[in-house]
Write a protein of this length. Structure first.
Length: 488
């Protein structure tokens, strides 16, 4: 990685071009490039000096010299490029803070960013990870509750190239998973740039490179990998009278345990895996939790027939259609946990696996919450109509008093707030427009990982694909470079 020097553009000197170097673009005569580029440098001295500085720095690192030289020479003949250049301003301050990254820039230092960086390194390509916090996997480290365990068996949650330790339990704890990620980063010498928030990333069609801007610097690279994932920022719904509620209202990202809610009536809004488990945790600390369930959902036992429900499903899908597997899962679930409709948890018309495929809605894996609902330790309510003082009015007309409200309302992508001019992501929800398994690759060197709605297993699949794709380009460029510069 090379940082541009703090010096005035007047002190930059453009080296002479080797006119004996063969260009793979037949429409450009290398001997004519000297005269044309010399004239071009007089018309646009700052931009030309900046471009040549890029090429010089890359040459010293033995990376992609030939490719960039040819692309630059080709583009200066392009009328569209010259029209864009006429309105381009390059300040000395911006040049001083610009960083050239030979490999990909990865935005996000969570499991997705680590996985794709390790796979790239395994292919011989070094990447730069930008992380806005001061640690890897900040969501897992700072925004999860203490009793959290992986909901799926460890073999479906391990990152590429490194399995979980054999002495880890089937469902590792939060602390064990974090230790695994630290060991993973150490093994592949992954060292993110911490406390670096990306405010804008944009493809510069003029020079054919990505500009990733942070508050302190601008990173320039051929490739950008978006690894901020599905859970970049909290979803906090607004309710009428929310400001009037006298008790605390917090998102699960701020919830650690039920220790401070002992003997209190707590309303948990959201019935996903987090909401269900927070209710169970509150029960264990002698709180009185209630659960808001607005929509239908599938609740399945975590294990069936001596196997994990997820693992059993994956095995059955190899032999049977998804609807047949769904019917089997629902039949076994009814036998094991009973009719959930009687508990206020109605099931959707689509089966659990089909619902996941079509809408990305994950079934809840029960870890003991249903038994508490059945015993009355956890009460179930419909949607909230309004809040007032310490009262909550529900859509069915009931009014109950609560001491606190916990929002288990999930997270969302924030890609559209900082990634500009791309057709890969939807403006509506910040997810790739194409469904898995096609949503990992965009145009002009843009990639996405952690958006499959299939957890860490989907992340691992995309990490391998992205690394192989970029490594293929990398090796082709290096091969071409060596053919033109055999002595380098």
């Amino acid at each position: 990685m090379c940082v541009y020097p703090h010096q005035s553009t007047s002190s930059w000197r453009v080296p002479p071009i080797d006119t004996k170097t063969h260009s793979s673009h037949p429409q450009i005569n290398p001997r004519k490039q000297v005269h044309f580029l010399g004239k071009f440098s007089q018309l646009h001295p700052k931009f030309y000096s900046f471009a040549w500085l890029c090429i010089q720095k890359i040459a010293r690192e033995n990376f992609l010299l030939s490719w960039l030289m040819e692309e630059f020479t080709k583009r200066v003949h392009d009328p569209y490029f010259q029209s864009q250049l006429a309105s381009t301003t390059v300040s000395e301050d911006s040049l001083a803070n610009r960083v050239w990254v030979p490999g990909p820039v990865i935005v996000g230092g969570g499991p997705s960013g680590l996985a794709v960086a390790a796979c790239l390194k395994n292919q011989g390509v070094n990447a730069l990870i930008l992380e806005q916090t001061n640690c890897i996997a900040p969501l897992w480290k700072m925004k999860t509750y203490d009793r959290l365990r992986l909901h799926l068996p460890k073999q479906f949650c391990q990152l590429p190239l490194m399995p979980f330790p054999k002495d880890f339990p089937t469902y590792p704890t939060k602390q064990q998973f974090l230790a695994y990620l630290e060991a993973y980063a150490n093994k592949y010498e992954l060292k993110p740039v911490y406390n670096t928030t990306v405010v804008r990333a944009e493809y510069d069609r003029g020079c054919g490179l990505w500009r990733v801007k942070t508050k302190m610097a601008e990173y320039v690279s051929r490739w950008v990998i978006v690894a901020t994932g599905e859970n970049a920022e909290e979803v906090v719904p607004k309710f009428e009278g929310m400001n009037e509620f006298t008790g605390p209202i917090l998102h699960t990202s701020s919830y650690k345990s039920g220790d401070c809610f002992e003997n209190q009536k707590v309303l948990v809004v959201g019935c996903g895996n987090s909401g269900m488990e927070v209710c169970l945790d509150l029960c264990n600390y002698n709180a009185c939790p209630s659960l808001v369930i607005r929509d239908s959902l599938h609740v399945l036992p975590q294990e069936m027939l001596g196997r994990s429900t997820f693992g059993l499903s994956m095995s059955l899908l190899k032999w049977f259609p998804i609807r047949v597997v769904d019917r089997f899962l629902l039949l076994v679930s009814r036998f094991m946990i009973g009719d959930t409709n009687k508990l206020g948890l109605s099931r959707p018309k689509l089966g659990p696996l089909e619902l996941k495929n079509v809408y990305g809605k994950t079934p809840v894996l029960d870890v003991g919450t249903l038994a508490k609902i059945r015993s009355g330790d956890i009460k179930v309510y419909p949607g909230i109509k309004r809040l007032a003082c310490n009262n909550v009015e529900f859509v069915d007309g009931r009014i109950e008093k609560f001491d606190a409200i916990i929002l288990a309302t999930g997270y969302r992508s924030n890609v559209t707030t900082w990634l500009k001019d791309t057709n890969l992501f939807s403006e509506k929800d910040g997810f790739p427009k194409k469904q898995f398994p096609e949503g990992w690759k965009g145009e002009n060197g843009l990639y996405a990982i952690g958006f499959t709605k299939r957890g860490l297993l989907g992340t691992s699949i995309d990490a391998v694909r992205i690394a192989e794709d970029i490594a293929c380009q990398w090796k082709m460029n290096m091969k071409h470079f060596k053919s033109l510069h055999p002595a380098t």
